[in-house]
Write a protein that binds this ligand. Structure first.
Ligand SMILES: [Ca+2]
Length: 450
């Protein structure tokens, strides 16, 4: 089963099918002129260069000339066969399963500080972001292996007949791909993604990259390809949802029993996933909300998902549920993201806390007296840290410092500096570019020649 509409209808949606939904390519034998010889490709290149001052026509022609027609992209863009019964239980089972949950917990732990920072900045909870990365790409395992320029050129210049023509959308995305890679100084021929040209951990379309992606770790590049360094993907997903109306602190949905009367139920289902009814209006029509749902102040949608031949399932979706469906136009997709994220969150909560830094004591058993030591130089007073971190409480020792960083949601690590028998501890806080050594006073004096 596929998410219902996805980017075929949405110019803003970042991703279409989760990458796993793609089926195997099938060869076709039609002879086609290479894109380098196609007149409409030349016209596109010239138009693009004229619109985008940063791109010159020769470079655009050279890039498009290397694009190749991909039959599989043209096949996969076609809608699923008519009569395919939707089945939420089966869809959920595909995404909310043991192996994906475990991979999600590893992703969460590796990117904890970025998840915390994204939540602090945009109000999008870690479990939602983790759920999206998991449903889209199985935490980086399946990010699509089509050359994005091939997929986008195919859907721009050879969009298949037999369904509504979406080639203008894909020509826009092709343009955005070239704008993005030119700006990044990267080679557009090396970008890989889904059959529809969606890229990386968040499966952003190139247009979404240019509009919503954020260089969250501030290293000068957008990097969506490394699950262990998920900063940019995490920040970009949170920013995207915020741009589409995500409200901090609001649940995505409440439990609801739909009206028994089919006429009332039908009225409530008309607006589909668009929140349109107050809690009181739902109650008037005979829907029974959970206690929490009855207290909800805004509008709600009665969301129905089918379970093949069994009875449908229902939730009352808030505006945050609706925001999630702006990422991918499907209530099945949104529910899978929510459920996967919740299951991963449970696993993360059950894990022991990340190992703390070593506790080091002076030879006499008393706590060591610490100073900062440059990697190859003299010692400073601990107060020098205040240059980097203005509002720190008193810094007693490396453990205390690392704990303060973690309390703020920053990833921080500490380990005994090799060859110092515990008298020096290396401390790193990547997000603040802190990389320093705490050393005992005695070691400092020795290093300084005192
Ligand atoms: Ca970056």
């Amino acid at each position: 089963m596929r998410p219902a509409l996805c980017l075929l209808l949405s110019i803003a949606a970042s991703a279409c099918l989760p990458a796993q939904a793609q089926s195997a390519p099938r060869a076709v034998g039609a002879e086609r002129l290479p894109y380098s010889q196609r007149e409409e490709v030349q016209r596109f290149a010239e138009g693009l260069a004229a619109r985008r001052p940063g791109l010159d026509a020769a470079w655009v022609r050279e890039q498009l000339g290397q694009a190749r027609y991909v039959p599989a992209a043209a096949q996969l863009i076609m809608p699923p066969p008519v009569g395919t019964a939707k089945n939420w239980a089966a869809y959920r089972a595909r995404f909310v399963e043991r192996e994906r949950i475990a991979a999600g917990a590893a992703f969460w732990r590796a990117n904890q500080s970025w998840l915390n920072l994204a939540e602090a900045r945009w109000g999008v909870p870690a479990e939602i972001i983790v759920g999206i990365v998991g449903v889209e790409t199985f935490y980086g395992r399946v990010m699509g292996n089509f050359r994005a320029i091939d997929a986008l050129a195919t859907l721009s210049f050879d969009f298949p007949t037999g369904r509504s023509d979406r080639s203008p959308f894909f020509r826009e995305q092709l343009e955005e791909l070239l704008v993005w890679t030119r700006r990044e100084g990267s080679d557009p021929q090396t970008v890989r993604g889904s059959f529809a040209g969606a890229v990386g951990l968040p499966q952003f379309m190139p247009g979404s990259i240019n509009r919503y992606a954020v260089d969250f770790d501030n290293n000068g590049h957008i990097d969506f390809m490394k699950p262990a360094q998920g900063a940019d993907a995490i920040g970009s997903i949170a920013r995207y949802l915020a741009a589409f109306g995500w409200q901090p602190g609001l649940p995505t949905h409440y439990r609801v029993t739909p009206p028994a009367a089919l006429a009332d139920r039908a009225v409530l289902l008309v607006p589909d996933i668009v929140p349109s009814f107050s809690a009181a209006q739902l109650a008037e029509r005979g829907a029974e909300l959970s206690a929490e749902g009855r207290e909800h102040r805004g509008l709600l949608a009665l969301v129905e998902v089918h379970n093949g031949g069994a009875s449908p399932s229902y939730v009352a979706g808030t505006s945050n549920f609706y925001a999630l469906t702006r990422y991918n136009w499907s209530s099945y997709y949104a529910l899978a993201v929510i459920d996967l994220g919740n299951e991963v969150a449970k696993v993360v909560a059950s894990l022991p806390a990340a190992a703390g830094p070593p506790t080091v004591t002076s030879p006499g058993g008393a706590p060591a007296s610490w100073r900062l030591m440059a990697r190859h130089g003299a010692c400073d007073e601990l107060d020098a840290l205040r240059v980097k971190v203005a509002d720190l409480a008193a810094i007693g020792d490396p453990q205390d410092f690392v704990q303060q960083m973690r309390d703020r949601g920053h990833e921080a690590s500490a380990e005994v500096f090799p060859g110092t028998e515990g008298r020096a501890v290396s401390v790193k806080v990547p997000v603040l570019e802190i990389d320093l050594v705490f050393a005992t006073r005695g070691l400092c004096e020795k290093a300084s020649g005192h």
